[in-house]
Design a protein around this ligand. Structure first.
Ligand code: NAP
Ligand code: ZN
Ligand code: ZN
Length: 358
């Protein structure tokens, strides 16, 4: 195997620095994890920035079940290629690249062949808290380096700073995909529920697509920000009158809320034939009165991140429209504090770890 000259000396891949949760609900701490040797089709990425997604917190605390420890979270990765395998054709040393929520899939099922790798029938291989095809655990982006197959690596266009690009790899694509699929655009009235990491990207992207955008937030505390991000309207869901005032208003609602939601109330805000797409992933089940969808032929749908081709399309769209995430850059040793602030809805609007502090 031949590799090009790395941008910086290649680290000892058997011991790469990382921040990991040693057990469910235990604070994250500095450690080292092994990365695989750079294979023929792999790129070695020197991580520059890693976003903190609420999913990292659900998983590090084993809120969804099935967590394996030690866990290195992080699936919003932006960095620079430091080495490439001999068979790599799409990337070269020095390229600006990103990695999102998955690093492999079966590549042959009907969904993989359609570019919907996130819905692979064999199950995609998560960037962390999963087991790779080599039988080894995967470790995520709160780390200095990662080795990823070039087919699961994204190109970050010039024009988006790497720190503001990192959150696009999950928050950006998770909102872009349903907004594109359900055709947000001119003449469409779109509501985004929850103005957090996902929600704020939803506002920016839906606005750039030309839709009329409303934010539904628990309070009016983030109103000024929401309007600056591109929302046309902003309402507090803590005010019961909001649900009366806005009944039958929206073609499309995307909920990003991380806690169980009163779906009956939100379905009441849709027009006939409207769709409520849930992307939030609460740890508890929710209940539903089916009359909420029967009347007025409404749809309650879900959506999970996006495929590789669509993620690249989203990155190019964001570069073209000058969109990046609103971030609060933190040191790695602030990660536990950042988790608490996300849980308190006190993030404006994405924490991003500066990997130089790992
Ligand atoms: P986040 O930054 O914490 O944002 C969630 C927002 O939801 C909060 O900022 C808050 O907004 C609102 N919220 C929180 N608790 C609430 C409650 N009890 N009632 C009503 N609203 C509440 O989280 P995120 O990173 O955007 O992720 C959001 C959810 O999506 C998480 O569950 C995450 O696991 C999931 N997720 C799913 C996918 C997917 O592919 N489907 C991908 C990534 C993440 P306001 O302050 O404006 O009310
Ligand atoms: Zn995520
Ligand atoms: Zn597949």
């Amino acid at each position: 195997m031949t590799t090009n000259t790395p941008a910086t000396p290649t680290p000892d891949l058997t011991r790469v620095a990382a921040w990991a949760a040693p057990a469910a609900k235990a604070p994250l701490e500095r450690t080292t994890v092994p990365r695989r040797p750079v294979g023929e089709h792999d790129v070695l990425i020197e991580i520059k920035y890693a976003g903190i997604c609420h999913s990292d917190i659900h998983q590090a605390r084993d809120g969804w079940g099935g967590a394996a420890f030690p866990m290195v979270p992080g699936h919003e990765i932006a960095g620079v290629v430091a080495a490439v395998g001999s068979g790599v054709s799409r990337f070269a040393v020095g390229d600006r690249v990103g990695v999102g929520c998955f690093v492999d899939s079966c590549r042959t099922c009907e969904y993989c062949l359609q570019g919907l790798e996130q819905y692979c029938t064999q199950g995609m291989t998560g960037t962390y808290n999963a087991v790779g095809k080599d039988g080894e655990p995967t470790y995520g982006g709160y780390s200095t380096h990662i080795v990823v197959d070039e087919n699961y690596t994204l190109r970050i266009p010039e024009g988006i700073d790497l720190d503001k690009a990192a959150p696009l790899l999950c928050a950006g694509i998770t909102l872009y995909s349903p907004l594109a699929h359900w055709k947000a655009g001119p003449g469409k009235s779109v509501a985004i529920v929850g103005l957090g990491g996902l929600g704020h990207m939803g506002v920016k992207i839906a606005h750039a697509m030309g839709a009329e955008v409303t934010v539904l937030s628990q309070t009016l505390r983030k109103q000024e920000d929401g309007l600056k991000l591109g929302a046309d309207h902003f309402h507090a869901t803590g005010d019961p009158q909001t649900f009366e005032k806005l009944a039958g208003s929206f073609d499309l609602i995307v909920s990003t809320v991380s806690a169980p939601l009163d779906f009956d109330a939100y379905l009441g805000l849709l027009k006939t034939d409207g769709t409520l797409v849930n992307v939030g992933a609460p740890e508890e089940p929710v209940s539903l009165n089916l009359f909420s969808v029967i009347s007025n032929r409404k749809t309650l749908a879900g959506s999970m991140i996006g495929g590789i081709a669509e993620t690249q399309e989203m990155l190019d769209f964001c570069a073209e429209h000058g969109l990046g995430a609103e971030i609060e850059l933190i040191r790695a040793d602030q990660v536990n504090e950042a988790y608490e602030r996300v849980l308190a809805s006190d993030v404006r609007y994405r924490f991003v770890i500066d990997a130089a502090t790992i």
